[in-house]
Design a binder for this molecule. Structure first.
Ligand code: SAH
Length: 235
């Protein structure tokens, strides 16, 4: 197995097991949350709101004719938000349990028909979308695996690419409370901090420029939300 496929197999096991329980509780409707988890839920919610506003600004009333990919969709919070905005959505996640949860959430939200769900590795996806979102996924990949994944995401979008990453040099003790009492393969995955310059360089190599960024910080949730766009029209 390559380093990448090994890492992905670990992430898949985590998000299909103990990670599913943890993150579904944070993202989902569970009311009884620790203070720490609540700050993560709120920070994540603020990030999704900012991303929704940016996409709304970018596409305006044209959204109804556009396709969007939610790469690493988790429980489907943003997939459903995209569908509500009017996009025709594809949602993919490497963890089957996440895809199931996202599907059920879309069903409850009345958005099931607008979303195509897939279980698998986003890097193996083919195709081209008007917009691509990949939130809180790259935070789990160290630089040598982060770069090819970011390049692949750029190729998948003919328009905006929205990602989050964990900026380097921030104390991301944030998620350290998650786990420690579990067998190694089941533990929370470490958050990988990536220098801004590394992100910028990788995007430049993929012929993308940074259109805008926002720093989202709330309690134990710290990410940079970034929108990249093609440097030239490549449709
Ligand atoms: N984007 C969602 C979920 C974030 S949790 C949200 O912001 O609400 C990170 C998710 O990425 C997990 O569900 C995990 O299974 C998924 N993931 C990690 N690596 C992946 C890969 N290579 N391909 C597809 N999904 C991946």
């Amino acid at each position: 197995m390559t380093e990448a496929s090994q890492h992905k197999a670990q992430l898949r096991a985590y998000f299909d097991g103990i990670g599913f329980e943890r993150w579904a509780a944070i993202y989902g409707g569970q009311e009884q949350l620790s203070r720490i988890r609540r700050t993560i839920r709120e920070g994540h919610g603020a990030m999704l709101e900012q991303a929704t506003a940016w996409l709304g600004e970018s596409f305006g009333t044209a959204i109804g004719t556009k396709t969007a990919l939610d790469a690493g969709c988790g429980t489907g919070l943003f997939s459903v938000a995209l569908a509500r905005m009017g996009f025709e959505v594809t949602a993919i996640d490497i963890a089957p349990q996440m895809v199931d949860a996202a599907l059920q959430f879309a069903q409850r939200a009345g958005m099931r028909e607008r979303i195509t769900f897939m279980s698998g590795d986003l890097e193996a996806l083919q195709g081209s979308y008007d917009a691509v979102a990949c939130f809180d996924v790259l935070v789990h990949y160290p630089p040598p695996l982060f770069a090819p994944m970011l390049r692949r995401l750029a190729e998948l979008s003919r328009g905006p690419l929205l990602i989050t990453y964990a900026p380097y040099n921030r104390l991301l003790a944030s998620l350290h409370w998650l786990g420690g009492r579990f067998p190694r393969s089941q533990r929370r995955q470490d958050i990988q901090m990536i220098p801004d310059a590394f992100v910028a360089q990788t995007l430049a190599e993929a012929r993308r420029y940074i259109h805008r960024t926002a720093r989202i910080s709330n309690g134990f949730y710290h990410v940079t939300l970034l929108e990249a766009r093609p440097t030239s029209a490549t449709t």
